[in-house]
Design a protein around this ligand. Structure first.
Ligand code: ARG
Length: 251
């Protein structure tokens, strides 16, 4: 009997924790507390592990600058890209910062801050491939990172076979090995991935232009407002540009 009770209590606690500690899910961190950022740290130059095993990159530095403005410390939680929105909504994390594109579908589940940068989807192929643009993707096998906008767009290609990977780099390695015909992914990570592989090129044609923003639990207007004000300030004073320039060499 006693055992059962403990079991039940554990269940209740897990349920509460899953709900973000019983209704606390929209609570904002107080000054000095941690601002928890959910990300998928396999997306250089936005978020990736440096040689010392620390998660670094444009998004981490922007989140750090925002945390500084709000008087909070930053904590980074690395997870699958697909888990970020539910982590934010359940209160496991306060913000999702992961080179995340603002889309209509996502707006139904989370709120987004103002955009902090633009990006685009590109197509990676093997050198000498017959695929020279998006129209040539019809009927081909396309590698993508699961749940990304690259996945979304490629899934719309007529008769295409989708090959989904939990990491973008794994899709790129599959392309290098000839297991897929093309990869659709964000332009800056594409450059990093191609540089680490052999015999791959990025097509000039852009597939889609996108805005990256920070995801916040739906309805958390207070945190959204605080973040937007802080973001405005670090855009206006050149901090954001400085961070982006540090990681992305102007061409
Ligand atoms: N921009 C794309 C999207 O929002 C890809 C983002 C992937 N980010 C990551 N950290 N793996 O779907």
């Amino acid at each position: 009997m006693k055992k059962k009770m403990v079991g039940l209590m554990l269940c209740a606690c897990t349920a509460l924790a899953a709900a973000g500690c019983g209704g606390k899910k929209f609570d904002n961190p107080d000054r000095g507390e941690a601002l928890i950022m959910a990300t998928n740290a396999a997306f250089e130059p936005y978020e990736y592990y440096d040689e010392g095993g620390q998660v670094t990159g444009i998004d981490v530095e922007i989140a750090q600058a925002l945390a500084d403005k709000l008087g909070l410390t930053l904590e980074v939680e690395d997870m699958e890209f697909e888990s970020i929105i539910s982590a934010v909504n359940s209160g496991k994390a306060h913000i999702g910062v992961a080179g995340m594109t603002v889309t209509e579908d996502r707006l139904a589940n989370v709120d987004f801050t103002d955009s902090y940068t633009t990006s685009r989807q590109v197509i990676i192929v093997q050198e000498g491939s017959a695929i020279t643009g998006a129209d040539d993707l019809q009927g081909k096998t396309i590698g993508v990172q699961t749940g990304t906008t690259g996945d979304l767009f490629a899934s719309d290609v007529e008769d295409a076979t989708m090959d989904r990977y939990s990491k973008g780099m794994d899709a790129v390695l599959a392309l290098q090995d000839g297991k897929v015909d093309a990869v659709v992914i964000d332009s800056e990570p594409a450059k990093q991935f191609v540089a680490k592989a052999n015999g791959l090129i990025i097509l000039e044609e852009e597939f889609a232009v996108e805005e990256y923003a920070i995801a916040v639990a739906k309805g958390n207007e207070e945190l959204l407002d605080d973040l937007d004000k802080a973001l405005d300030a670090i855009i206006a004073d050149g901090t954001v540009k400085g961070i982006i320039d540090k990681y992305i060499n102007a061409e």
